[in-house]
Design a protein around this ligand. Structure first.
Ligand SMILES: Cc1cc2nc3c(=O)[nH]c(=O)nc-3n(C[C@H](O)[C@H](O)[C@H](O)COP(=O)(O)OP(=O)(O)OC[C@H]3O[C@@H](n4cnc5c(N)ncnc54)[C@H](O)[C@@H]3O)c2cc1C
Length: 302
């Protein structure tokens, strides 16, 4: 969807529900104060009955401690600072990490005439965006309804090999943990392939194992191979930012609502990432949270 349409949609949405967002305000602290929540932001302070924190699962860039990174003479940036591939055309670029971000950046680089190498530390589950014409999230929803997790985790690799081909010959292994097990226990979603696999198969993107150390002009990998580099992009993930500003001991709960959230009038939305996709989950959580707020309000006015 083009950017302008997204903007128009948000503007129409805000107008339709009479919402008044305050832009350019960073929330610095949220704390309990005399039965209310006190929100301190850049230029304002608000008291509120209810708080919904939706600051994103991908809020704070994680920068790992990689041996030798400080000695590298080229450019180092986190994926959070990556806008497009134009500055990297013709360059040798190492993308560290093959989550969805790393996979898509490597593809973007390859399409723009850069020479990306993607470093894959441990195994990775990769799924196509559509499986035999059906969107993968829908496949996930149907599969989890019909079969238990273990059966799905045995079946998926067979089906995915048919759809994407065997990726081991390109240096991409599957983790020991099954696809659904990994989502359930580690909240790790698979890479949704939008063309990276094809680019890897054609050699437009090279795959390397874990980085042993970064050197002045290149990288040394765990298998002893080396590559000369102009740029290193850390696609090493993000963490939520709310622990920094929220002065309350709460954790996200599945579905967005539980007794504690109701009692505190504090809700966290968008931090639980199931196989069916975060966007779908967010809309479900949002509706539950809105219903709960209405119910709490009704009770308190009785
Ligand atoms: C490469 C990639 C591919 C993805 N593909 C899919 C997909 O196919 N399907 C899917 O369901 N999901 C997908 N996701 C996940 C998707 O990005 C999320 O589902 C969605 O964007 C999260 O929305 P959100 O509103 O919770 O968080 P965000 O979009 O991160 O919004 C959080 C907002 O809070 C603001 N904020 C943060 N801290 C503060 C603060 N202290 N004060 C004020 N404001 C603050 C931020 O500026 C931001 O505007 C993908 C993500 C990535 C990175």
């Amino acid at each position: 969807m083009p950017r302008d349409l997204v903007t128009q949609y948000f503007e129409a949405y805000a107008a339709s529900f009479d919402l008044h967002p305050r832009f350019g305000e960073t929330v610095r602290q949220v704390r309990r104060d005399d039965g209310h929540w006190l929100v301190e932001a850049t230029s304002t302070c608000l008291r509120s009955h209810h708080i919904v924190i939706a600051t994103g699962n991908n809020a704070e860039p994680i920068v790992p401690d990689i041996a030798g990174l400080g000695t590298f003479r080229g450019k180092v940036l986190h994926s959070a600072d990556y806008a497009n591939a134009v500055p990297f055309a013709g360059q040798s670029v190492l993308v560290i990490g093959m989550g969805n971000t790393g996979a898509e950046i490597a593809l973007d680089l390859a399409e723009a005439g850069a020479h990306p190498t993607i470093s894959v530390r441990s195994g990775v589950h990769i799924v196509p965006r559509e499986l035999f014409g059906v969107p993968i999230q829908l496949v996930g929803m149907l599969a989890t309804k019909v079969l238990p997790q273990r059966a799905n985790d045995r079946l998926f690799p067979i089906v995915l090999d048919l759809a994407l081909g065997n990726l081991e010959k390109h240096g991409i292994r599957r983790p020991k943990q099954g696809l659904l097990e990994q989502i359930a226990t580690a909240s790790r979603i698979p890479v949704i392939d939008v063309g990276t696999v094809r680019a890897i198969s054609s050699g437009a993107i090279k795959v390397a194992p874990d980085v042993r150390r970064i050197m002045q002009t290149g990288a040394l990998f765990n298998d002893g191979t080396e590559v000369e580099l102009d740029t290193v992009i850390l696609a090493t993930g993000y963490r939520p930012s709310y622990p920094k500003f929220l002065q309350a001991d709460v954790q996200p709960v599945r579905g967005g609502v539980n007794e504690r959230a109701s009692a505190l009038r504090l809700y966290l939305i968008g931090f639980h990432n199931p196989v069916t996709g975060l966007l779908r989950e967010i809309s479900r959580e949002a509706m539950r949270v809105a219903d709960d707020i209405m119910a709490v309000e009704r009770k308190s006015h009785r």
